[in-house]
Design a protein around this ligand. Structure first.
Ligand code: PLP
Length: 467
């Protein structure tokens, strides 16, 4: 018997059958395996534009762009064609042994063109987490070459997300991740995040931004400036809950890094490729980073790719004085991934997606959120480009949060799923980061779904007597 003809078509299994096979064999990331196996996974079978369909044929508006990545939306023929063409021509070759492939070279060239002028070089990785590993290796290597091996400490922030490898999770500031596997690795320390709602609800934003930046200088002085290699941060913290810092924060961080000669690393895995209405988040917030990690939006998630843009300050030292850099990945500069990234970036340029987010859909989302701020459940509504957060609160006047055990965010999220919307809950912060191809009308459509789900959650909260 031919094993192949025995295989059912991908779509012929029922939801129940998919769920059973999934529960039997597939360990999902960031998941309580046992509880998911009991509940059964949601099976997503296809997608187009900003919509998903599940195995029961239900249509869902994907306000999270997959996982912050499908910037050009689903089903873009240009990306499909680029991948197909490259798979046929040269599906793989490495770039380890003095070789390169045309897509990797062309993508390096295009990235140098669209990133800020200090970036003329790129180191490719397979993901954002691997880019974090590369950052740690490269930053420490830089100071070693300069004869300052004691400068090994990297400062990051609590509630940051920089990936899930040993280095990524260590750079990140997620307590639950650090609690498993002996993290963080040595030489990485964390300061408080610029989270105004959590830390300084009453304070004027500008003053809070300067205060939060001053925590970096305090830490540098505590450690000794000659021991600090770099500071890393996401321009807007994504997975942490779309924490948008006041405009005074990043320029002050830049001044502090300059004053002490330490490298500034911008993790652009979420903010890069248009999310904030600028090509890169550092341009929105006015910093001039020495290194910039990216992934997700570079290919709109169609295939995995990541990398680190290396500013001239670091590149010159690595190139002119460094000798061998003992680091790299099999898939560094994968030709298919690079071909898709090229098609993705060119499509973004053709469609003027970044400009559209900056001048049209971003401001439209901001005014939508200004009206959602009136909702009785919402304590704060914030947007930056096409990412946004709603802080759900128990008492609107004082901003008092719900007790965490109520899990009001999860309640709201379940209403979202039931009503055809993917909105993510980070505690009681409801966040969205929809595809950048979203039109104004689709922003309104998303807004109506969000409002409906807030109303349903509010009704539950009142019914339960939780306020
Ligand atoms: C997703 C993410 C990463 C990790 O990227 P992976 O491709 O999942 O390894 C790193 N930094 C930020 C800011 C992210 O959002």
């Amino acid at each position: 018997m031919n094993a192949l003809t025995q295989q059912p078509l991908l779509t012929t299994r029922s939801t129940r059958e998919w769920q059973a096979a999934d529960a039997a064999h597939f360990l999902h990331p960031f998941t309580d395996f046992q509880s998911l196996a009991r509940k059964g996974s949601r099976i997503i079978t296809r997608a187009d534009n900003i919509y998903l369909w599940d195995s029961d044929g239900r249509k869902i508006l994907d306000a999270m762009s997959g996982l912050w990545c499908v910037n050009v939306g689903y089903g873009q023929q240009a990306l499909i064609d680029a991948a197909t063409r490259q798979l046929r021509e040269l599906p793989f070759y490495n770039s380890f042994f003095q070789t390169a492939t045309p897509p990797a070279i062309e993508l390096a060239e295009l990235l140098a063109e669209i990133t800020p002028p200090q970036f003329q070089h790129v180191f490719f990785t397979g993901s954002g987490s691997e880019a974090s590993d590369t950052v740690v290796r490269m930053v420490r290597r830089y100071w070693d070459i300069l004869g300052q091996p004691q400068r090994h400490t990297i400062i990051s922030r609590k509630n940051a997300y920089h990936g899930s490898t040993m280095a990524g999770a260590s750079l990140g500031g997620m307590g639950a991740m650090h609690a498993q596997g002996g993290l963080p690795i040595p030489g990485i320390v964390h300061i408080e995040q610029p989270h105004a709602y959590q830390l300084a609800r009453e304070m004027a934003p500008d003053a809070f931004g300067r205060l939060a930046a001053s925590w970096l200088e305090d830490k540098i002085i505590e450690l000794g400036p000659d021991r600090v290699a770099a500071f890393i941060g996401e321009p807007v913290q994504g997975a942490g809950g779309v924490i948008i810092p006041p405009d005074t924060y990043w320029p002050e961080v830049q001044r502090i890094c300059d004053r002490h000669g330490i490298l500034l690393v911008s993790d652009e895995v979420v903010c890069g490729f248009g999310r904030t209405g600028h090509w890169f988040g550092c341009e929105r917030f006015g910093t001039r980073p020495d290194l910039m990690s990216f992934a997700k939006g570079v290919t709109s998630g169609y295939v995995p790719l990541g990398g680190v843009m290396v500013g001239e300050r670091v590149a010159r030292v690595l190139i002119e004085q460094g000798g061998d850099f003992e680091h790299g990945y099999t898939y560094s500069g994968h030709p298919v991934a690079c071909a898709v990234a090229l098609a993705n970036i060119r499509l973004m340029q053709q469609l003027k997606l970044v400009e559209r987010v900056r001048d049209d859909t971003g401001p439209h989302l901001a005014s939508l959120y200004a009206s959602l701020a009136e909702h009785p459940l919402v304590g704060r509504a914030e947007t930056c480009g096409l990412m946004a957060a709603l802080q759900l609160v128990r008492d609107k006047a004082s901003g008092t949060p719900f007790p965490p055990e109520r899990q009001v965010g999860l309640l709201c999220r379940s209403h979202c799923f039931a009503n055809g919307l993917v909105m993510r809950a980070v505690g009681d912060r409801m966040i969205v980061a929809p595809p950048l191809v979203m039109t104004r009308a689709q922003v309104d459509e998303m807004g109506a779904l969000i409002r409906l789900c807030l109303d349903k959650t509010w009704a539950d909260v009142q019914h339960q007597g939780w306020r």
